[in-house]
Design a protein around this ligand. Structure first.
Ligand SMILES: NC(=O)c1ccc[n+]([C@@H]2O[C@H](COP(=O)([O-])OP(=O)(O)OC[C@H]3O[C@@H](n4cnc5c(N)ncnc54)[C@H](O)[C@@H]3O)[C@@H](O)[C@H]2O)c1
Length: 341
C-alpha cells in the first residue's frame, strides 16, 4: 500500500514496534520502506500476525534498557526513529512504578543516545502521553502543562516519566541539534490493541456477552481517537519540516463521552447481551481529558476523520475476526489502514 507521506525508501526504526501503535505504523509503511521493529515482546501484537512475515520488516527482540543491543540494532542506514516503547496502561504502571520510571526515562535516554550517532537521521519521534496534563484537562493546548500529582501514588510515575521524556527530547534538539518531535496520544483505540485499555477490555467482554467492568461510577470523561487517525498524525509529524523541536496533541476532541456511556455504546453496537458491573478502582483517576488539537491542525494539517461509532464498529469487527481466528488456530489478520481517503 503506497503511503502519501513522501518517506518511501526510508529505513524506519520503531522501538516498541510489536505493540499496538507500532504494529499499525509498520502496516502503514512496510510496502515501500525498510522497517526494523525493536521490542522486548512484553506485549506482542505481531505474535499471530502475517505482518511478521513481510519481507521489508525485521523484528529484533531487544530491550531499550540494553544500550549495546540498541546501538547494534540501529544500523547506520536508519533514517527515522519512532520511539514507542514504554511501560504504559494504568494497571501495569500501578503494579510496577519503579520499572515504569526506569524504562520510560533511562530507556528514552538510551534511544536518543543511540540515535544521536546516526549519520542519516532525518527525524526522531518521541511518544509522550495526554497524562502529562494531570487530572483535569479540558480543551488543553500544548502549552498548558501544570500537572498536579501526588508523590507516592504509583499511577503518576507514568505521567512524570513521559514528561521527563519530553524534556530529554527537547534537550537533545537544543544541545545536539537533533531533528526531534514529540507526539501526545489522547486515548487511542482500534484493531491490533494488545495492552490494557477501556475499549480493549469492553469490546473483548461485549462480544462474549460478559459483563463490562466499569471503574467507580464510570463518570470519567475521555475523547477517543481511532488508531488510523492517530498514525496519520504521527506520520505528518515525522515528515513536516515545521514540526522539528515541537510537541503536538494528537486526538479526536469530537469523540468525547463518559466511560459509562462508552460501555453502553459498545454493548449497543456489538448487539451484545452484556450488562455492566461497577468496581472501585482503588487509585486516583483522571476525571476529564479532552485535547485541543489546533496546533496539529495548523502545523501538520492533521484532522481526525473516523468518528466514534464508525471506529467502534470497525474495532468490534476486528475483535470478532481475531477471536474466530484464534479459536481455529489461524493467524490473526492485521487490518488494512484506510487513510487520506
Ligand atoms: N494507546 C494509547 O492510548 C496511548 C496513550 C498515550 C500514550 N501512549 C504511548 O504510545 C506508545 C505506544 O503505546 P501502545 O498503546 O502501542 O502500547 P503497547 O504496550 O501496545 O506498545 C508498547 C510496546 O513497547 C514494548 N516495550 C515495553 N518495554 C520495553 C523495553 N524495555 N524495551 C523494548 N520494548 C519495550 C512492549 O513490548 C510493547 O510492544 C507508548 O509510548 C505509550 O506510552 C499510548
Amino acid at each position: 500500500m503506497a503511503n502519501n507521506y513522501g518517506i518511501e525508501g526510508s529505513h524506519l526504526f520503531i522501538t516498541g514496534g510489536a505493540g499496538f501503535i507500532g504494529t499499525t505504523l509498520a502496516l502503514m509503511l512496510a510496502d515501500d520502506n525498510t522497517i526494523t521493529l525493536y521490542d522486548n515482546l512484553h506485549n506482542n501484537a505481531l505474535e499471530h500476525s502475517p505482518l511478521r512475515e513481510h519481507p521489508n520488516i525485521t523484528l529484533v527482540q531487544g530491550d531499550i534498557l540494553d544500550p549495546q543491543a540498541l546501538e547494534k540494532a540501529m544500523t547506520d542506514d536508519v533514517t527515522h526513529v519512532i520511539h514507542c516503547a514504554a511501560i504504559a496502561g494504568v494497571d501495569t504502571v500501578v503494579n510496577a512504578p519503579l520499572k515504569t520510571l526506569q524504562v520510560n526515562i533511562q530507556g528514552t535516554f538510551n534511544v536518543f543516545n543511540a540515535a544521536s550517532k546516526l549519520k542519516n537521521l532525518q527525524r526522531i519521534v518521541d511518544f509522550s502521553t495526554s497524562e502529562v496534563f494531570g487530572q483535569h484537562a479540558y480543551n488543553v493546548s500544548e502549552f498548558e502543562i501544570s500537572p498536579t500529582v501526588t508523590i507516592g501514588e504509583g499511577r503518576w510515575t507514568y505521567a512524570i516519566s513521559k514528561l521527563t521524556g519530553e524534556f530529554i527530547t527537547h534537550c537533545y534538539h537544543v544541545q545536539h541539534d537533533m531533528p526531534t518531535v514529540t507526539v501526545r496520544p489522547f486515548n487511542i483505540y482500534g484493531p491490533n490493541q494488545v495492552g490494557v485499555g477501556a475499549i480493549h477490555n469492553f469490546v473483548t467482554r461485549a462480544i462474549k456477552n460478559e459483563d463490562l467492568i466499569i471503574h467507580d461510577e464510570g463518570s470519567q470523561i475521555r475523547a477517543w481517537c481511532y488508531v488510523d487517525d492517530f498514525v496519520d498524525g504521527v506520520l505528518r509529524a515525522t515528515v513536516a519540516p515545521e514540526a522539528v523541536g515541537r510537541s503536538f496533541n494528537i486526538g479526536n476532541p469530537r469523540s468525547t463521552l463518559t466511560t459509562y456511556n462508552l460501555a453502553e455504546l459498545i454493548i449497543r453496537i456489538a448487539e451484545s447481551s452484556s450488562g455492566t458491573t461497577f468496581k472501585e478502582m482503588g487509585f486516583s483517576d483522571v476525571a476529564l481529558r479532552i485535547p485541543n488539537i489546533q496546533t496539529a491542525r495548523e502545523v501538520l494539517g492533521y484532522e481526525p476523520k473516523v468518528e466514534l461509532e464508525e471506529g467502534l464498529a470497525r474495532t468490534i469487527a476486528w475483535y470478532r475476526i481475531k477471536l474466530a481466528a484464534q479459536a481455529e488456530g489461524k493467524p490473526v489478520p492485521t487490518t488494512p489502514v484506510a487513510l487520506n481517503a
